[in-house]
Design a protein around this ligand. Sequence first.
Ligand SMILES: [Zn+2]
Length: 289
Amino acid sequence: MAGVAVITMLAISACIASDDNDVSFVSSSRSGFGGDLECDEAALGSDDLTSFVVAHRVVDGELGEACFGERNEVVLDAWSKLAEITPPGQLGDLGLFGGFTSDEGGDEVTLAFVNTIDDDGTLFRMSINVEEADIDPDELLLTMAHEFSHVFTGVSTQIDRSSDSDESCQTYFNGEGCYAPDSLMYSWIEQFWGNGLIDEIDADADPTAGSGQDRCDSSPGFFGAYAASGPEEDFAESFSAYVFELQADTDAQQDKLDWIDGQPGLAEFRNRAIAAGYTPLQNNFDRCG
Ligand SMILES: [Zn+2]
């Protein structure tokens, strides 16, 4: 009898930086994990472009010993920064935390990505590009906030991953699932992606700075072209700007920062970043509009 191999497509949100070191981010889908916390190279999903150098299990919000590879100071530093800015209870949404090197060519480099470990989206893995993370400490901070926003907007109370089609989804189907009507992301979409903007997005395409450039050119509310690639990257970039007290370049950017400030629980990230002495960071996002 022939065996059946099942490869589950899981969400990945990857952060991309162009060669000129601007921060921008991308979401994409790749084949990834099985439904458990296996930690070998096959489970981690190293491929032609991505090689894991270390992975840790996260147990009840605490970083455990490395379960793959060797101790890496950049990864440990990234974790400690994430743990400083994130309310401790929320770190429990992570099941794995790892570091990788990337052989991507071209003008965009993956800084980090988040993917679900299980089908329901109850546990996540965050993976950091150890070479890029070492280059710019401010960029690393922004990246950690950006990535973690993909976690707290992607948990199973926020998005129904058993929904597998656009047709049955009354809110926004992002290619992986259907957002709950009262989810943070759907509220964001209603607030900032109205007037047909959301209909321009191909949820199955990998967002890139290039795919957001036209919207960035015509709208001053985005924090860079990558943010304009879709609502999730828009939120993630805006959230990182909010957490690290970036000065808004435009009133429309300020509206986004104010909206985030009004949501329950999100100010705690910023308050923790302030307490850690990480703010304010410079707003180096490319200007839109
Ligand atoms: Zn992202």
